[in-house]
Design a protein around this ligand. Structure first.
Ligand code: 6R9
Length: 647
């Protein structure tokens, strides 16, 4: 069987919302006449005051201004809950699956409404009102969803902080967005371990410059005893019990802020990426429906944490705006065993599964344990997000999770784009493993060379977007100049993504990774992703991260950090074999100079490998590693330094 192209089966396409003809027709109209296209799409939401203005955007130097539906009024929470109630009050909205498989329960749309309205009233009783910022530092539980929607209901701007972040990261974010209240829980559970959320918040709040917080709202999750500061702390359950279960949604302008989400750039402090209400929700809802071919009755599961943009757009706002039934998963794919994902799919009869390559590779490393105890026959569509998915991991996901029957939507997008930008559609797009394929409706990608010249045809270059789309971030909170500098200064009149990409003869896009990850070996440009794919294709390799390090002759040489498959015997012979493997698979230029076997790689909570750290260690400059506070397991770094190869 040809493993490089997977055509859409016509019978499959017939049951999908969009086939290839419809994709081409809709795409063309979205580009030729965006005003009309998005005027029509805006109708997927309920508006309090309908819009008459659609797109009003400028990428002009010195005047970056992005507005969509600017004279419309709506409420995001109303669109995610209330408008579904006449028909779906008793339909399940959230299926909670706890860290321990024994913990699960369901929440109907009516119950979701009541919980959110009570929490919204609770926030109001603490003095939170429209325009105030609220920090959310929660486990991946239903209450995290209530917290985000309660803010949206009363017009407060939420800023979710990853449950794994340190007290310093919490404090920095609170100070930056001037949060009035923080919502947290006693502890989080993940993979059988607990994380002391409340204690971390206490430490953050004790920092001298953290002065904006008036109250800390605490949910019970594990039931652990936590310190109580009676002047600040409020028990969330008690507060919610005291207030009514109805709370009129605040009237919001389409361009009022919905949330701020911090993301790290290549330099400096994390950026508070700001999204607004109308355009963001139209885009999240539309992409969720078309890309996952979501139809009433489907059970959808996005395994991302709400601390990540994927959790915002594809756990909370997109699916709920579409009235979906979805799984909320507190745990990790490998706990209590590597079969967890498949087991959960079977248990809740999941039809659509959206996860990340890092999770897939973690399961691959466990051999056949991931699918030994489950059949996953309910699955129809798979999704991938977060980094380029190597063809090897793609094939494993396709065969072993999807039983060779479910197309994989490799979705490329960013915190700043609000929603998916380059992606297949299940009924429309033939798949090439490793390619995110074609642009979504309304998205005008282009490749430019280093001078900003637009390249045509099959080409490699820097990925830019030529015009605005409704889900685009509006600014960096409090620093519009940095917004312009970061995204609009490299190339005039274009949004620069920071990613490199290749476009093939069929117009398919292949994301090669951040441009700062491009290596130049003896004058040859190599994407780290390509080399990693070659390494991971070796049967003894579970995961690989490649960086460049300075080399006298080649300019740069390749340093490969490699995690072996469990049970692999490490030896010089294997190292040599692996070097030759890449040499033959890719090219002699791509042969790793150094192969560093390691049990773990430094990753953020969203599973992104922190290459900045790996580059420093490879360059033997580990004294200045910079901020490691957002790592899931900072101890990995010490082991890597200890065993570094370039001494
Ligand atoms: C949604 C999300 C954005 C960066 C992005 C790119 C990488 C995400 C990808 C992908 C290749 C994909 N990325 N999806 N690369 N193929 N399907 O991940 O947002 O955390 O802001 O990261 O992630 O490098 O620029 P965010």
């Amino acid at each position: 069987m040809d493993q490089s192209y997977f055509a859409v089966e016509s019978q499959f396409a017939e049951n999908c919302l969009v086939d290839n003809d419809k994709y081409l027709e809709m795409y063309q109209s979205s580009i030729e006449n965006p005003q009309q296209f998005w005027a029509e799409q805006g109708k997927r939401l309920d508006w309090i005051k309908p819009y008459t203005q659609i797109k009003n955007t400028s990428y002009a130097p010195g005047d970056i201004s992005i507005k969509w539906y600017e004279d419309g009024q709506l409420n995001a929470c109303y669109n995610c809950i209330d408008r579904h109630l006449p028909e779906k009050a008793n339909q399940i909205a959230l299926i909670f699956e706890g860290d321990e498989p024994s913990q699960s329960y369901s929440i109907t749309y009516q119950q979701l409404h009541d919980n959110v309205a009570r929490l919204a009233n609770g926030l109001k009783s603490l003095g939170v009102s429209k325009g105030d910022s609220v920090a959310i530092y929660m486990p991946m539980v239903c209450e995290a969803v209530y917290a985000m929607l309660a803010c949206a209901r009363i017009g407060a701007v939420h800023s979710v902080i990853f449950g794994g972040f340190s007290p310093k990261a919490i404090a920095d974010r609170i100070v930056n967005c001037n949060a009035k209240v923080i919502i947290t829980a006693d502890e989080a559970r993940r993979g059988g371990k607990t994380v002391p959320l409340k204690a971390n918040v206490d430490e953050a709040l004790s920092r001298d410059d953290v002065t904006s917080i008036t109250n800390c709202l605490v949910f019970k999750n594990t039931g652990a005893q936590v310190a109580v500061n009676s002047s600040v702390d409020v028990c969330a359950e008690e507060l919610m019990a005291k207030v009514p279960a109805d709370c009129p949604p605040e009237v919001m302008n389409a361009e009022d802020p919905l949330f701020i989400l911090y993301t790290s750039g290549s330099t400096g402090q994390p950026k508070g990426v700001m999204h607004t209400t109308g355009g963001y929700l139209v885009y999240a809802s539309m992409t969720h429906e078309y890309i996952f071919d979501y139809k009433a009755g489907d059970v959808y599961w996005c395994a991302a944490d709400v601390g990540w943009i994927t959790g915002h757009s594809y756990v909370v706002y997109g699916p709920l705006a579409n009235g979906a039934t979805q799984v909320i998963f507190e745990g990790v794919p490998t706990y209590p065993s590597a079969s967890r994902i498949g087991d959960v799919v079977d248990k809740h009869q999941v039809n659509i599964l959206y996860t990340a390559p890092t999770a897939i590779r973690a399961l691959m490393a466990k051999g056949d344990k991931a699918y030994a105890t489950n059949n996953r026959n309910s699955l129809r569509i798979l999704g991938s997000v977060g980094e380029p998915i190597n063809p090897e991991a793609w094939a494993w996901y396709y065969q072993n999770i999807g039983n060779g029957q479910c197309p994989i939507m490799d979705t490329w997008w960013q915190t700043e784009t609000g929603g998916i930008m380059i992606t297949p559609l299940p009924g429309a797009t033939g798949l090439k493993p490793g390619s995110a394929t074609r642009p979504f409706f309304g998205v005008k990608p282009a490749l430019v060379d280093s001078e900003g010249q637009i390249l045509s045809g099959a080409a490699s270059g820097n990925l830019v977007i030529l015009d605005s789309w409704p889900g685009q971030a509006r600014t960096i909170y409090g620093d519009h100049q940095r917004f312009e500098q970061t995204y609009f200064s490299a190339y005039k009149n274009m949004y620069f993504t920071g990613d490199g990409a290749r476009r093939d003869e069929d117009g398919y896009y292949w994301i090669t990774g951040r441009v700062d990850d491009v290596l130049n070996i003896s004058g040859h440009r190599l994407g780290t992703a390509e080399i990693e794919s070659a390494l991971v294709a070796h049967p003894s390799v579970a995961e690989a991260a490649v960086v460049g390090f300075p080399h006298d002759i080649k300019g740069q040489a390749i340093y490969a950090y490699v995690t072996p498959v469990e049970g692999t015997e490490l030896s010089e012979t294997l190292t040599t074999e692996l070097r030759n493997w890449v040499r033959t698979d890719l090219s002699p230029i791509a042969t790793p100079e150094l192969i560093h076997w390691t049990a773990g790689l430094p990753k953020t909570r969203s599973g992104k490998i922190m290459r900045r750290i790996l580059r420093k260690i490879a360059a033997n400059e580990f004294e200045q590693l910079g901020d490691t506070s957002t790592l899931a397991d900072p101890s990995v770094v010490d082991a890597l330094i200890e065993n570094r190869l370039n001494k």
